[in-house]
Design a protein around this ligand. Sequence first.
Ligand code: AHM
Ligand code: MG
Length: 346
Amino acid sequence: MTAEHCTLAEYLADWSGSDTQKSAVAETIIAMAAASVELAAIIAEGPFARGLADTVGDAGGGDIKKFLDVEAHKLFKDALAGAPVAALGSEEADDAEILNEGAPMVVAIDPLDGSSNIETNVSIGTIFSVLPVGGGMTPSQALLQAGKEQMASGFVVYGPQTTLIMTVRDGTHIFTMSPADRVYRLTHRNVTIATDKAEYGVNASNQRHWPVAIKTYIGDLNAGTDGPREKNFNMRWVGSMVAEAYRIFIRGGIFLYPGDNRKGYEQGRLRLVYEAIPVALLVAEAGGAATDGVRPILEIKPDNLHQRIPLVFGPGQEVDRIAQYIERGGGDENSPLFSERGLLRE
Ligand code: AHM
Ligand code: MG
């Protein structure tokens, strides 16, 4: 093992030095990393553990709550109760939960991302965002700050390997859990999002519900060498955002979960506070961009903990291109679909 493979604890100790606030962030991340190691072990038990994918309730907004969602929430809540965290905002709890009154930060979390994949042996994850509690804010208000205020964010992927991708605003780094001792070690320092990968991730089954701009953009990608992009694009959709995001950090590509005209999906499916905001910081630190189609995610101030947001992320140039489609209200001017629609609108 080379010096490059320092442990997560070593990395964070080196980064925080004797700075009190940074040390508190480090302690919080280490607490969550420990919980994720426990969760990884439960997930790996799969069918030997009690019904991980059993439905145990309704998470609201049409989402189903599974046994593993609830277990994951408990694990992270217990871990964070022992960290300098004032409150936890979780996908699995209606309201912010107070942990340590007076502590300097709050954490927003999706304890188990990709719940629909639990029983399929496909990658699932945990997403987190760490925010400061500033002057005069209540912990609940602190959870609703714009993403640009984050001190740290990250996500864990429970897949063929268990990986933690994280930023403390000093670049985006990947730590992989070594199976022998269940310790996270640095495996990719300063990840940057490749700009030349012709690959996209979107739930294509929603196509008929999308706005014209998104239909046209994806139509132009699918037109391949015959279309305005003059190259063939590949499509990948795992159904766990953590897995799509990890793929994009490793080899590039673009992710979209747009709003669509299904009831309840006007603002897409993903949640602003504990899905889009943490991923947006990781993406920004890796040189990419994340928007709701037009507005940078990190600039959006949430109205409530469980608010949904359309989400696009990947290399800045491709994210900008999608904004241009949306701003034109249709497509790229070179797009055959755009001209067709232009004619239809006359
Ligand atoms: P979850 O947090 O309840 O698992 O829901 C979020 C997931 C994302 O991981 C993924 O991108 C999306 O929902 C998949 O949606 P769809 O069912 O439309 O494929
Ligand atoms: Mg999720």
